[in-house]
Design a protein around this ligand. Structure first.
Ligand SMILES: [Zn+2]
Length: 320
C-alpha cells in the first residue's frame, strides 16, 4: 500500500506543503501566511495540506502522518511552539499546541513538529543534496541565519539548540545581531541585518538602488530577489554588504570545519537559494585559507529542493 505523508514548512510570509508518496514529492501547494493569529494560520495550514494531497489524487483518509517545520522555540515532545517573532499568534512565551490544532483540521492524523531549519536540513540530508554524507552542516541564510548539524548519521540536538551557527561570534564588538549581541554571523549575513545596515549607510549618504527597487515592487522589506537584482546591476552598496556576508560565512564555516572535520556543508535559505552556486563558491574560497586541513575541505553544496527543502523535510519527519 502507498505511504503518503505531508510535510509543511511554515514561514513568516508563506506556508509551503508537499505531499510525499513512497518517498517522492507527488503534490505541493503554497499559501500566504495569515497575519491574523494562530487559528487563521492553522486553517491555512489545513488548506495547504488538503490541496497538496488533492494533486496526488489522495485525500486526508489516505494520509499516514504530517510533519511540520516552524520557526521559534519548539517543544517536539509536547508539539508546541512559542517565542516565534515573525509568526503572528505564536510570538508570546506561552506554548501554543500547534500539532494538536493542525491534527484537528486534518482528520486527526498524527502531527510532528520541529524547528524549521532543522527540518529543512533533515529533508536535504535524507532525500536531497546531503544523502551521501553522515557528517554535515546546513547553514540556512534567510531573514536570519539558522543551522543544523548531522553528526555520525544523526541530527544532533545537544542540550536543545545545537546548530545555531548564526549566533556564533565572528567579530567581537562587531555589528549588532537580531538578538542584541554584537559580532555574530547573522549580523553580517542575515537579510534582516543586511537591510538594517543598508538603511544606516543610506542615512550616512551612501547611494544605492536597493530601496528604489523595493518601492517599485511594492515591498516594505528587502527581499532576496531585490538584493540579487541590485547585485546584477552593479549596485556598490549591495556588493559591499554581500562581500561582508561572504566573509562572515567563510569565517564561521571554516571554524566549524576545523572543530568537526565535516564531509559537507550545505548553504541554503532564501538568500542562499537566490544567490545560488556562485555565492556558495565564494564562501568556499573565503574558507580555504582558514582551514587547518586545507587539502580535505568539506564538499560545498546548494540544496537539491531549493525552497521545498523544508516541506520535504517535514514529510521525512512525519515518516520517522
Ligand atoms: Zn545573534
Amino acid at each position: 500500500m502507498d505511504v503518503i505523508t505531508v510535510g509543511v514548512d511554515i514561514g513568516g510570509t508563506k506556508i509551503q506543503a508537499a505531499a510525499v508518496r513512497n518517498g517522492s514529492v507527488a503534490g505541493s501547494h503554497r499559501v500566504s501566511t495569515p497575519q491574523t493569529g494562530a487559528n487563521d494560520l492553522v486553517a491555512a495550514v489545513g488548506d495547504a495540506i488538503t490541496k497538496s494531497l488533492a494533486e496526488t489524487g489522495a485525500d486526508v483518509e489516505d494520509l499516514s502522518a504530517i510533519g511540520i517545520g516552524v520557526p521559534g522555540a519548539v517543544d517536539t515532545a509536547a508539539g508546541t511552539v512559542s517565542n516565534s517573532p515573525n509568526l503572528p499568534g505564536f510570538q508570546g512565551a506561552d506554548p501554543i499546541p500547534l500539532a494538536k490544532m493542525v491534527s484537528a483540521v486534518a482528520g486527526d492524523v498524527a502531527v510532528k513538529l520541529d524547528n524549521d531549519v532543522r527540518v529543512a536540513i533533515l529533508g536535504e540530508w535524507k532525500r536531497g543534496a546531503g544523502r551521501p554524507y553522515r557528517n554535515l552542516l546546513g547553514v540556512w541564510v534567510g531573514t536570519g541565519v539558522g543551522g543544523g548539524l548531522v553528526l555520525n548519521g544523526e541530527l544532533y540536538g545537544g542540550t536543545g539548540a545545537a546548530g545555531e551557527i548564526g549566533h556564533t561570534n565572528i567579530k567581537p564588538g562587531g555589528r549588532v545581531c537580531s538578538d542584541g549581541r554584537k559580532g555574530h554571523l547573522e549580523a553580517y549575513a542575515g537579510r534582516g541585518r543586511i537591510e538594517a545596515e543598508a538603511r544606516e549607510r543610506v542615512k550616512d549618504g551612501q547611494k544605492t538602488i536597493l530601496f528604489e527597487l523595493m518601492e517599485k515592487k511594492g515591498r516594505t522589506r528587502l527581499s532576496s530577489g531585490i538584493i540579487a537584482t541590485a547585485l546584477e546591476r552593479g549596485d556598490k552598496l549591495a556588493e559591499e554588504l554581500i562581500d561582508d556576508a561572504v566573509w562572515a560565512l567563510g569565517v564561521a564555516c571554516a571554524s566549524v570545519q576545523n572543530l568537526l572535520a565535516l564531509e559537507a556543508i550545505i548553504i541554503g535559505g532564501g538568500l542562499g537559494d537566490r544567490l545560488g552556486e556562485p555565492f556558495v563558491d565564494r564562501v568556499a574560497r573565503q574558507m580555504r585559507p582558514q582551514l587547518f586541513v586545507p587539502e580535505a575541505p568539506p564538499v560545498m553544496l546548494t540544496p537539491a529542493f531549493g525552497d521545498l527543502s523544508g516541506a520535504v523535510g517535514g514529510a521525512v519527519l512525519a515518516e520517522s
